[in-house]
Design a protein around this ligand. Structure first.
Ligand SMILES: Nc1ncnc2c1ncn2[C@@H]1O[C@H](COP(=O)(O)OP(=O)(O)OP(=O)(O)O)[C@@H](O)[C@H]1O
Ligand SMILES: [Mg+2]
Length: 243
């Protein structure tokens, strides 16, 4: 299948600081779930931030649908259809669930259309509908993560990038988050996530990317990564854990 997004050996860092990414590459195919794994400080979050325009790319390219994204602002990249949910979820805790969903559509000028989309998303997530007028900050971690993911749907994105969506959630709730991602991908939305729990992330993904020290060591079908003894040893907690 044709690539949707291609990141070719990029170099990027914060401000004038040292390069954090150097030789990071990534292939994203439409409608699949992609999972970036790697140790703490590998540059996983930095890679997502580079794709969505929060960092300057010093070398290499980010190509989305044959268009070069390097140098574009985050809001321009969002308008292209690439939505980023950072690790801290970036909800507005003192705004209601409905208001948070409206904020997700800040690039939509047509108010009626925005209203329609917000109600559509609320219909899709009964839990959010039940809490539509409650402050986001009063909800549980899983409910907040659901809201953060649902909010991306307002702009009908092509790619949703999620940084550690499972962070701080109970195992049962984590599976619910992966199920939402799978539904999104079944509907044609491409998912690119960073996951601390590499095993769980890969088991729920089609494609895996191993990032270490700012560069991509390996990318390929998640099943192949899970079966690779070297990767099992280094990144998946040994053979037994991956069995
Ligand atoms: N805002 C920042 N300014 C300067 N350096 C940063 C900034 N954020 C991260 N770094 C540095 O970039 C490197 C990679 O960090 P990054 O957050 O991308 O790693 P990560 O793979 O997401 O790690 P983790 O698993 O802990 O989330 C680290 O050395 C970190 O100190
Ligand atoms: Mg991170």
């Amino acid at each position: 299948m044709a690539e949707l997004l291609h990141v070719s050996d990029i170099t990027a860092g914060y401000g004038d600081g040292p390069a954090i990414l150097d030789g990071a590459h990534l292939t994203v195919e439409p409608g699949k779930v992609h999972c970036i794994i790697g140790p703490n400080g590998a540059g996983k979050s930095t890679l997502l931030k580079s794709i969505c325009g929060m960092l300057t790319i010093r070398k290499g390219d980010v190509i989305f649908r044959s268009k070069r994204l390097n140098g574009m602002r985050p809001d321009q990249i969002l308008r292209e259809g690439i939505c980023f949910v950072p690790q801290e979820r970036a909800l507005f805790p003192k705004m209601t669930v409905r208001e948070n969903l409206r904020m997700g559509g800040f690039i939509i000028d047509d108010h009626k259309e925005l209203h329609r989309r917000v109600e559509e998303v609320l219909e899709r997530f009964p839990m959010l509908k039940a809490k539509a007028d409650e402050f986001a900050g009063t909800m549980s971690g899983g409910q907040q993560q659901t809201l953060a993911m649902a909010r991306t749907l307002i702009i009908k994105p092509s790619i949703v990038m999620l940084d550690e969506p499972s962070l701080g959630l109970a195992p049962k709730v984590i599976q619910e988050m992966f199920d939402i991602m799978k539904t999104m991908s079944a509907e044609g939305i491409t998912v690119l996530l960073v996951e601390q729990n590499a095993l769980m992330g890969l088991k729920n993904s089609d494609w895996g990317v191993v990032l270490d020290l700012g560069s991509t060591l390996f990318e390929g079908p998640a099943k192949e990564i899970l079966a690779d003894p070297r990767i099992q040893e280094l990144y998946l907690g040994g053979k037994k854990a991956a069995a």
